[in-house]
Ligand binder design. Structure first.
Ligand code: BG6
Length: 498
C-alpha cells in the first residue's frame, strides 16, 4: 500500500453486484494490504439507509481469504468503519453536491496526515445505458467536484449500450466530462486468472506461439455455460439476451486476446491496439452462422425448474435468446478460414467457461490406422478451463503400456488447485486494484468497444427484426441441437461433448 488517499464511491451500492462482488473485492484488497493507507468507501444509491445499515449489509458478504487468520474479524471491523453511505437520486445534481460535501469532510484529515493531495476514484455501477442522461449528470458532478482535488477515474460496468448507436451515445455522454484515460470500462472476464494467463501461455512458451495460426489450428471454441437461469435478473436480461450479455463482451474479449498479433510491449495501449486490429479484421457475422435458443421448464427427479418466460419480469412471448452459438471468422493472414466457434447459455447442464483449441490432423500420420476412420479422435486439443477448477491441459496421443501397439489419448494436465496452494483472487479484485493504480491493460478502450459492436450489431438487428424464434431446450440440458449442426457445417465437433 502506498501513502496516497483514495475515495471510492460505489454508485448503485444497494444493488446485487455491489453486495456480491464490489464490497467483498474491496475488502479482500484491504485484507491483503493492497489499498492505499487512507481510503474511504462511499456507497451511493436511492434506497434510504444509514451508515450502520450499509455496514450491516456489507458485512454479510465479506470473507477472509484465509479464514483462520486470527485478525479476520478485526480487519472486517476496520474495513467497515471506513464505509459510509449517502442516499440520493441518480439524476439530482443537488444530491451529488451533498455527497461531495460529505466526501470532503473525510478528506482533509487524510491529506493532513499523509501529506498527499486528495485523490478520488469513483465506481459507477448503475446500468449506464438505460440511464444515459443520469450518467451524464453523474459525470458532470463528479468532474466538477474532482477538479479541485487529485484525479477522478470512473469505472463503468457493462452494459455499454445495446448496439453500435447506443454505445456511441454512451461514449459521447461520458466524454463530455471525462477524458478517455479516466474511463475504465470493466469486462470482468479480463480479470480472470486464466484469461490473463492466455498471453503468458502463448508468448512465453516456444512450443505454442509457432503453432498459433491457420497452419496448425483447425478451430477454436469459446464456451460459456451456466447451470442456472436468469433468476431474478429477467427484467435486465430480457432487454439484452445472451449474445449481448456474454458473447459480444466476455467471449469476444477472450477471442481478441487469443488471436491478436504480438503486441509491441505489455503496455496497455500496445495490447489494446492489437486487440482492436484483430477485432476490425473480423468478418461480419452472418445470420446463418448463428443459432439461438431459450430454455423452457423441465422436471427432473421430482423437482421442477422454471422456464425463461415463467419469470414474472419477462414477457410471456419473449423471443430473447438465453442460448446462442455462432461461427466467427477473422479475415487476416494468420486466421483465414479458421472457424472460431462461440457457445453461451444459461440453464444448461453445467457451469463452465473454457477455451478449446483443436489442432489439425497429423499429415501422413503413421498411426492413423490406430484411430480407425475417426481422425478427430487423434487430434491434439489444448483446453484452457477458465472456471470452475482452473486448469490447462493438452490432449496428446500416447502408447498404452504393454506388449501390443494400442494408442490412447491422455492429458498433460496443469490443475491449478494441485499446483498452486494460493486461492485465486476474484476478477473484481484485480480490476479494482488496477483501476486504483491507473493500470489500463485490462479495461476496454472505446475503439475496442466500437469494433465489438460493429461486429454484432447487424446480426442482432436481423434476428430481432425477423423475429427469429429460438430453439427451445429443457432447463438443465445441453442446449439446442442446432449448435451441433452449426459446428458440423464447419467440420467441427464441440470439444465439451463426450
Ligand atoms: C455477467 C453476466 O457479465 O457475467 C451474467 O451479465 C453472468 O449473466 C456473469 O451470469 C457470469 O460471470 P461469472 O464470473 O460468474 O462467470
Amino acid at each position: 500500500a502506498d501513502e496516497s488517499t483514495v475515495t471510492i464511491t460505489v454508485v448503485g451500492a444497494s444493488g446485487d453486484l455491489a453486495k456480491k462482488k464490489i464490497f467483498p473485492a474491496l475488502f479482500a484488497l484491504y485484507y491483503e494490504d493492497c489499498l492505499p493507507e487512507h481510503f474511504t468507501i462511499f456507497g451511493y444509491a436511492r434506497s434510504k439507509m444509514t451508515d450502520a445499515e450499509l455496514r450491516n449489509i456489507v458485512s454479510r458478504t465479506l470473507t477472509c481469504r484465509i479464514d483462520k487468520r486470527e485478525n479476520c474479524s478485526e480487519k472486517m471491523e476496520q474495513f467497515l468503519s471506513r464505509c459510509f453511505y449517502h442516499s440520493g437520486q441518480y439524476d439530482s445534481q443537488q444530491n451529488f453536491v451533498e455527497l461531495d460535501k460529505k466526501l470532503k469532510e473525510h478528506e482533509p484529515n487524510f491529506v493532513a496526515s499523509s501529506g498527499w493531495k486528495g485523490c478520488k476514484s469513483t465506481f459507477l455501477l448503475i446500468d449506464p445505458t438505460k440511464h444515459i442522461r443520469r450518467c451524464r449528470k453523474i459525470c458532470a458532478s463528479l468532474s466538477a467536484s474532482a477538479a479541485a482535488s487529485g484525479w477522478t477515474r470512473v469505472i463503468v460496468e457493462k452494459p455499454f449500450g445495446r448496439d453500435s448507436d447506443s454505445s456511441a451515445a454512451l461514449t459521447r455522454a461520458l466524454k463530455q466530462y471525462l477524458e478517455e484515460d479516466q474511463i475504465f470500462r470493466i469486462d470482468h472476464y479480463l480479470g480472470k486468472e486464466l484469461v490473463e494467463n492466455l498471453s503468458v501461455l502463448r508468448f512465453s512458451n516456444l512450443i505454442f506461439e509457432p503453432l498459433w495460426s491457420r497452419q496448425y489450428i483447425r478451430n477454436v471454441q469459446l464456451i460459456f455455460s451456466e447451470d442456472f437461469g436468469t433468476e431474478g435478473r429477467g427484467g435486465y436480461f430480457d432487454h439484452y439476451g445472451i449474445i449481448r450479455d456474454i458473447m459480444q463482451n466476455h467471449l469476444l474479449q477472450i477471442l481478441a486476446l487469443f488471436a491478436m498479433e504480438t503486441p509491441v510491449s505489455l503496455d496497455a495501449e500496445d495490447i489494446r491496439n492489437e486487440k482492436v486490429k484483430v477485432l476490425r479484421s473480423m468478418k461480419t457475422i452472418r445470420i446463418d452462422d448463428v443459432v439461438i435458443g431459450q430454455y423452457k421448464s423441465h422436471t427432473k427427479g421430482g423437482v421442477s425448474y422454471p422456464g425463461y418466460t415463467d419469470d414474472k419480469t419477462v414477457p410471456k412471448d419473449s423471443l430473447t435468446p438465453t442460448f446462442a452459438a455462432a461461427a466467427l471468422f477473422i479475415d487476416n493472414a494468420r486466421w483465414d478460414g479458421v472457424p472460431f466457434l462461440m457457445k453461451a447459455g444459461k440453464a444448461l447442464h453445467n457451469r463452465r467457461a473454457e477455451i478449446r483449441v483443436q489442432f489439425r490432423h497429423v499429415p501422413g500420420n503413421l498411426y492413423n490406422r490406430n484411430f480407425g476412420t475417426d481422425l478427430d479422435r487423434a487430434t491434439n486439443e489444448l483446453v484452457i478451463r477458465v472456471q470452475p477448477d482452473e486448469a490447462i491441459y493438452l490432449k496428446i496421443n500416447n502408447k498404452v503400456p504393454g506388449l501390443g501397439m494400442r494408442l490412447d489419448r491422455s492429458n498433460l494436465n496443469l490443475l491449478y488447485k494441485a499446483r498452486y496452494s494460493k486461492e485465486i483472487p476474484d476478477a473484481y479484485e484485480r480490476l479494482l486494484l488496477d483501476a486504483i493504480e491507473g493500470e489500463r491493460r485490462l479495461f476496454i478502450r472505446s475503439d475496442e468497444l466500437d469494433a465489438a459492436w460493429s461486429l454484432f450489431t447487424p446480426v442482432l438487428k436481423e434476428l430481432e427484426e425477423k423475429k427469429i424464434i429460438p430453439e427451445y431446450y429443457p432447463y438443465g440440458s445441453r442446449g439446442p441441437v442446432g449448435a451441433h449442426y452449426l459446428a458440423a457445417r464447419y467440420n467441427v465437433k464441440w470439444g465439451d461433448i463426450g
